[in-house]
Design a protein around this ligand. Structure first.
Ligand code: NAD
Length: 500
């Protein structure tokens, strides 16, 4: 049995021979395994089982629901290395990042265990004597979780851990490009459910396999009150309309187009570390990847020299090897987008400073490794306003700080942003109401690598919603306002007297 087949077996997700979905490894383009896609009738059955599970799960006390999530975190700890390795096989990110993704899922479980004891509402002063008003948060119902290929474990865990403590069953629709990693994360949850006992109903955590068609069955179902979908803006546009039409709730985590301002007051050594990881980590295939760099003219030449030096030492290759820093693109389509992105930047007056080539083609004829590209742009041209989900970094020079912020915000997306500066006025302006318009704004760190304690998400075409920590759990619950009269009178609000 090959390495990957035994890995799948260890993680509880053996490939289904003869399945109609073949999954390929971006490392060498070989088939990892096959899965059978769900048909419409089966999806209806999954949704019905989820609804029935909801009736039991919503009545289990929240801290007890938290215990299930604690067990899930424990299961993930046991398989962290293997899970990380599977993510590397399936997504192509380097082993450290694969393992880091599993750690993020574990962290989320830890956070949600504590959160399960703190799903509180407010008590509000009533204007009526002998009355009290309170708000309660109640379980919402089945949650459909649609994930993108690049974070198959963590994004599922962010959503599922929150949903489960909030009393909601979950249905995962993993990306058709990386379903095994999602299924392995779910298999760990199933082991936790087994240890948890009979308080966990059948149908509490399920998956459907397939692509856009299967996804749409979830999106259109009136029996799934919340759809949490991660992926491209194009996908989000379609999901937003469909869910709104049936008055469902949605969490959309869509494309980013993240920028950094490197000021004349920046610590350039610090900047370079943030730039390199931000721009080439996961081969530029993170929603928070650094794509646009606004650099003050006084430091531009020095910074570009440093970037060239740093890029020249990056090891591109098989992500399973310890010394590799950049793995492959997910597939041929991504490579074509990379080529098109580089060509467009050139046609818009950009000067390619480094990279932009397919590499290792002889070793891996069916895989797509590229040298990350850096462009010196004459200004923020059209190509910089769209997300090209590959490792292309555009540099634009600025002289006036206000203009840098203006260019920074002048894109349709609004996920993550950062400034490298030791100047307090610049930093505070960047974080102020007239500064960065993104969901996340960082100081002296790069745009990627968010911690789960803070709410994660972005504005504008990134979707406007939030997942993970802070008060994101509220998205997975319904709120009810309760007015209680403990007097023997019946006073009406707003001083109205009605037929007295
Ligand atoms: P994608 O949009 O192609 O697919 C994502 C998921 O949506 C898949 O499971 C797919 O089957 C499903 N899908 C696609 N079209 C759909 C439709 N019309 N209706 C319902 N479901 C549909 O995205 P991808 O290539 O897998 O991932 C890359 C994208 O995801 C990038 O744009 C990236 O920025 C974004 N992303 C965002 C975040 C975030 O948190 N903001 C995180 C990871 C990735």
């Amino acid at each position: 049995m090959s390495d990957i087949q035994s890995l799948l077996k260890t993680l509880g997700v053996p490939s289904q021979k003869g399945g109609d979905l073949t999954v390929f490894s971006p490392i060498d383009g070989t088939a990892i395994g096959q899965l059978r896609q769900h048909n419409n009738g089966e999806i209806e059955g999954v949704i019905a089982a989820s609804q029935s599970a909801f009736k039991q799960w919503r009545n289990i006390p929240a801290p007890r629901r938290g215990e299930l999530v604690r067990l899930w975190g424990e299961e993930l700890r046991h398989v962290k290395e293997d899970m990380g390795r599977l993510i590397t096989w399936e997504v192509g990110k380097i082993l450290q990042e694969g393992i880091g993704e599993v750690q993020e899922a574990i962290d989320m479980c830890d956070l949600c265990v504590g959160q399960s004891r703190q799903l509180f509402g407010k008590t509000i002063a009533s204007e009526r004597p002998g009355h009290r008003i309170m708000e309660q948060y109640h379980p919402l119902g089945p949650v459909g979780i649609i994930t993108a290929f690049n974070f198959p474990c963590a994004v599922f865990a962010w959503n599922a851990a929150n949903a489960l403590i909030c009393g909601d069953p979950i249905i995962l629709k993993p990306s058709e490009k990386s379903p095994f990693s999602g299924l392995a994360t779910l298999a760990a949850l199933h082991r936790a459910i087994e240890n948890f006992g009979s308080d966990a109903p059948d149908g509490l955590a399920q998956a459907i396999i397939g692509g856009v068609d299967q996804s749409k069955e979830l999106v259109h179902s009136p029996n799934i009150p919340l759809i949490s979908a991660t992926g491209s803006t194009e996908m989000g546009r379609s999901v937003a309309v469909a869910v709104a039409q049936r008055f469902g709730k949605r969490i959309l985590e869509l494309g980013g187009n993240n920028a950094m301002i490197v000021s004349e007051h920046a610590d350039l050594d610090l900047a370079i570390r943030a730039i390199v990881f931000g721009a080439v980590g996961t081969a530029g295939q993170r929603c928070t990847t650094l794509r646009r760099l606004f650099v003050h003219s006084r430091v531009k030449t020095t910074l570009i020299d440093k970037i060239k030096t740093a890029y020249a030492s990056l090891n591109i290759g098989n992500p399973l090897n310890e010394n590799t820093l950049i793995g492959p693109l997910i597939d041929r389509q991504a490579y074509e987008q990379f080529q098109a992105g580089c060509a467009q930047a050139t046609s818009e007056g950009g000067k390619q400073l480094i990279g932009g080539e397919r590499v290792l083609g002889e070793d891996y004829p069916d895989a797509y490794y590229v040298s990350p590209s850096v462009f010196d742009m004459p200004g923020q041209t059209a190509c910089m306003k769209q997300e090209c989900f590959t490792p292309i970094l555009y540099i634009v020079e600025y002289n006036d700080f206000d203009r840098a912020i203006e260019m920074h915000n002048d894109v349709p997306q609004g996920l993550s942003s950062c400034i490298i500066s030791d100047n307090m006025r610049e930093v505070e302006q960047f974080l102020s109401a007239s500064g960065s318009d993104c969901g996340m704004a960082n100081v002296n760190i790069g745009p990627s690598g968010a911690e789960i304690g803070g709410a994660f998400g972005g504005e504008k075409e990134t979707g406007g919603d939030r997942e993970t920590g802070s008060d994101a759990w509220k998205n997975y619950m319904r709120r009810t306002t309760n007015s209680i009269n403990y007097s023997s009178d019946m006073p009406l609000a707003q001083g109205i007297s009605f037929g007295d």
